[in-house]
Structures are given as C-alpha cells and as structure tokens.
Design a binder for this molecule. Structure first.
Ligand code: ADP
Length: 153
C-alpha cells in the first residue's frame, strides 16, 4: 500500500493545500493529513477547529485519513508505515526551506518527500495571508474551502 503523510499546521486549511492534496491523490492509496502538535507556534484556530476543517473537507474521500502527531515527522511516518512525505511548493523561498528539511528527513530515515508545485493562480494563497485578512475583518473566502468559510468558529 502506497501511503504518504502530508504534515502541516493547516491554520487554516486553504485552497493551496487542497490543490496539492487533490493532485497527489492519484499517486497514493492513502494520504494521512497530519497536524503537528509540538510546535511553539501560536495558532489562530484551535486544534479542534483545524481538525474539523480537514475532516469536513475530505469527508467523501476514502483515501484520506486525518490525524495529529507529535515528535519527528519521520518517526510518525515509520509508525504509520508511510513511505513518503507530501509537501507543496509556491515559490523559490518554499523550495529553499523544504529542500533542507527534505534532505535531512531522507538522510535520517530513507523516507522521500514528494513535492507538488501549486496550480497556477494558487501561489498567492497562504494560511498566513488568510489569517492577516481575517484579523483585519477582510473577506478571505476566496482562499479557503467551504468548511472554513462556513465554519461556526
Ligand atoms: P507548515 O506550518 O508546516 O508550513 P502549512 O500548513 O503552512 O504548514 O503548509 C503545509 C504545506 O502546504 C507546505 O508544504 C506548504 O508549502 C504547502 N502549501 C501551503 N499553501 C500552499 C499553496 N498555496 N500552494 C502550494 N503549497 C502550499
């Protein structure tokens, strides 16, 4: 079974993330969307809210599993018997950042990272921009899936 882990903060899930996930689906039998819980970051959305966004958006997709993890991503992958890490790239800054992490993960574990370049028109979307717009009362609905738009949170 070909399994990948897509680790992230998903604070919140955006159409940038869903683009990567949907395009990766044909490659894998299972994709585990995994919210890392050991970061020192402060989040806008609680863990419960971020889990809801992922579960609700992919509720009709049998190949998607949603969960949380702590510790090293590669240790979580081994525990789940996942051979691949999935990540998205928006620009050269993402590439530089992801390259060192991907190389380190491979050297630590032999687990490869599969990168998707976002579809054109999606590279401006980031959780950071969504949070900034939301914080200032702007309309961010064009950057997020329905579950985030209609969220009761
Ligand atoms: P992290 O806190 O680990 O960066 P994020 O939730 O911000 O987690 O992002 C998870 C992954 O999704 C990263 O690989 C990031 O590059 C990718 N990603 C986020 N937005 C986009 C986008 N608009 N296009 C392509 N990839 C994206």
């Amino acid at each position: 079974m070909r399994k990948a882990v897509f680790p992230g903060s998903f604070d919140p899930l955006t159409l940038g993330h869903t683009d990567i996930i949907e395009r990766a689906l044909p490659l894998f039998d299972e994709i585990i969307l995994a919210i890392g819980t050991n970061s020192d970051k402060k989040y806008m959305f609680s863990l419960e809210e971020r889990l809801y966004f992922l579960k609700e958006t992919f509720k009709e997709e049998p190949k998607i599993v949603v969960t949380t993890y702590s510790g090293l991503t590669v240790d979580f992958c081994k525990e789940q018997e996942a051979g691949f890490i999935l990540r998205g790239l928006r620009n050269s800054k993402d590439l530089e950042f992801e390259k060192t992490i991907g190389q380190t993960n491979y050297l630590m574990s032999g687990i490869d990272t599969v990168f998707f370049i976002n579809a054109s028109g999606k590279s401006h979307i980031s959780s950071t921009v969504v949070r900034d717009v939301r914080r200032h009362g702007g309309d961010y609905n064009f950057m997020v899936p329905d579950a985030v738009k209609n969220s009761k949170f």
